[in-house]
Ligand binder design. Structure first.
Ligand code: CA
Length: 235
């Protein structure tokens, strides 16, 4: 059973989500404002947070940023009525892992939640040896990433993405493959999600490398136009 936080001010959608998720065996807390959601996240641990971006008190993107800081390990799925792709990007940059555009089908939402929760639980402690590339060490089993011995705290999806890339060191990976493996096989939203996560990953690894003396040697994440990404082995 997973612990879910639903943040939704619309009574109809909120109660629909609450009952559907309970019927699926989840422990559900429903909050109607950004303020109460942050208070709830501060006092309990949630595996997954469904966050409506259009809240009455605080802007959803701001709530997302604060939730991310309070609950670094939770999967955050934004629910947005905003069709503008820029809003989606802003939300992803604020710390969301995934999003669904309203109106969404309940079946799709439940499938997406199932996929996210499944991914969280498949990390076997006896997974393969850590992958080493230059000064980067990624221990998939322990979900740890370190640059020159210093641990780098990555968000759930950033870690999954890095893990997927480094376990195929030097191999070109299609965007569709990365989306399917890291998000969901049925994912058909904007692939901006992938680009935003790659950018965040590059930024964090570079910041970690720059803080070591001498600067750490990291594998480069190469963008393959019209195809996908490849992480380069360090010579
Ligand atoms: Ca709303």
């Amino acid at each position: 059973m997973a612990s879910l936080l639903v943040v939704e001010d619309d009574e109809r959608i909120g109660s629909l989500l609450e009952s559907a998720l309970r019927a699926n065996g989840h422990d559900v807390t429903w909050q109607r404002t950004g303020g109460s959601a942050l208070a709830a996240a501060g006092s309990s641990t949630y595996d997954l947070i469904l966050l409506d971006l259009g809240l009455p008190d605080v802007d959803g993107v701001e709530v997302c940023r604060d939730l991310r800081a309070i609950a670094p390990a939770a999967v955050i799925v934004m629910l947005t009525a905003r069709l503008d792709e820029m809003d989606v990007v802003v939300g992803l940059e604020a710390g969301a892992d995934d999003y669904l555009t309203k109106p969404f089908g309940l079946t799709e939402l439940l499938a997406r939640i199932r996929a996210h929760l499944r991914r969280r639980s498949v990390t076997a402690p006896d997974a393969a040896d850590p992958v080493v590339a230059g000064d980067l060490v990624v221990d998939v089993g322990a979900r740890r990433c370190a640059v020159a011995g210093q641990e780098v705290m990555l968000r759930a999806k950033e870690f999954d993405l890095l893990a997927r890339l480094v376990t195929s060191l030097g191999v070109a990976l299609r965007r569709e493959t990365l989306m399917a493996d890291v998000w969901d096989e049925n994912w058909y939203g904007s692939t901006k999600t992938l680009d935003v996560h790659i950018a965040a990953l590059r930024r964090q690894l570079m910041a970690a490398a720059a803080s070591t003396d001498p600067p750490a040697r990291l594998p480069e994440i190469t963008t393959l136009r019209g195809y996908g990404y490849r992480i380069e082995p360090v010579a």
